[in-house]
Design a protein around this ligand. Structure first.
Ligand SMILES: *Cc1c(COP(=O)(O)O)cnc(C)c1O
Length: 320
């Protein structure tokens, strides 16, 4: 069931043309400003939380438990939502969670950025040593179990808010853009836990708009999560789009060496947008996705009316 969303962000977020970069690239380039949600420094997670927190309220949750990297933008925005709703926000975090099958990235100590904001927002952060993502999910479940054993009503949210309900927020967001600026030929978004990409891809399935998700993590298995979220949307909406892997345009080429580590092409893209348009990107997600957009445009692989979905993440600029 889809609950009636609560209001957390200022929407619709702006959408506008990038005149100078359009000229540089010879395409009609637009940007959707989910960095400007007006909620705890912005970002794509605010949309998901309008639905997820509505469900938490319906379940009369007292504690919300999630997990993520210590610089998680989701944890920060969830912390803000919990403040508004008088719920306790508990997050299991690791500085650099990784996929053991792909190998351990170099250890990075995290500080500042989102961690500072989490503190201000009153998030109950539980810090664990770096390990596999599956271990992190298990630790979050353990924390949730402990609160339940104390008799508390707990609402559990998967990493990044990526449940089918979270993805549904981006099905609706696709409609928001259509109402604001009409149809696009191409939509490019960063993709990580998958609900942004899956929601947009689901909304545009079999339409004239092609959605390209640029992965911020070099793990190819992530596409399975996106397919699963699309199936979850079918269940949630009682429809049968039956989206499979080959229906999705998911690119690993700009993910860099590991999740959470900036890439040289991402840094270049960040400087490019900042110096041509005065708009800032974050190093973990949007810089990598914008690097993908620039390369695809230069290669002539995308053209016409192109929309870049700015998902926020700016506090990470001030991390470490
Ligand atoms: C979480 C996040 C993403 C990725 O969105 P998913 O829905 O998790 O794939 C992209 N950009 C920023 C800034 C984020 O915080």
């Amino acid at each position: 069931m889809i609950p009636k969303p609560i209001s957390l962000i200022q929407s619709p977020t702006p959408v506008h043309r990038l005149n100078r970069l359009s000229e540089d690239l010879g395409i009609d380039l637009w940007i959707k400003r989910d960095d400007l949600t007006g909620f705890a420094m912005g970002g794509n997670k605010g949309r998901k939380l309008e639905y997820l927190m509505a469900e938490a309220i319906a379940q009369q949750a007292e504690v919300v438990v999630t997990c993520g990297a210590s610089q998680s933008n989701f944890v920060r925005q969830l912390g803000a939502a919990c403040s508004v709703l008088d719920m306790r926000c508990v997050a299991a975090v690791m500085d650099m969670p990784y996929s053991a099958s792909h190998g351990k990235p170099p250890a990075t100590r995290s500080g500042g950025g989102n961690l500072l904001l989490d503190q201000i927002l009153g998030v109950d952060l539980r810090h664990f040593p770096d390990d596999d993502w599956e271990v992190l999910y298990g630790l979050a479940d353990q924390l949730a179990d402990e609160f339940e054993a104390e008799g508390k009503r707990v609402y559990r949210i998967p990493v990044g808010g990526s449940s089918p309900l979270g993805a549904y927020a981006f099905v609706k967001a696709a409609q928001e853009v259509a109402d604001q600026a009409g149809p696009f030929d191409i939509v490019v978004c960063p993709s990580s836990s998958g609900s942004t990409h899956s929601g947009l891809a689901y909304a545009h399935h079999k339409s004239a708009t092609r959605v390209i998700g640029i992965s911020c993590d070099p793990e190819p298995e992530i596409i399975e999560d996106i397919v699963r979220l699309c199936q979850g949307l079918d269940n949630l909406l009682h429809t049968d789009k039956g989206i499979i892997e080959k229906d999705l345009d998911f690119r690993l080429d700009w993910a860099g060496s590991a999740y959470g580590i900036s890439s040289p092409s991402g840094e270049e893209a960040m400087h490019n947008l900042a110096r041509r348009e005065g708009i800032l990107l974050d190093p973990v997600y949007t810089a990598k996705a914008f690097a993908g957009l620039l390369d695809l445009a230069k290669a002539g692989e995308i053209g016409g009316r192109v929309l870049f979905w700015h998902t926020g993440g700016l506090p990470a600029i001030f991390a470490n």
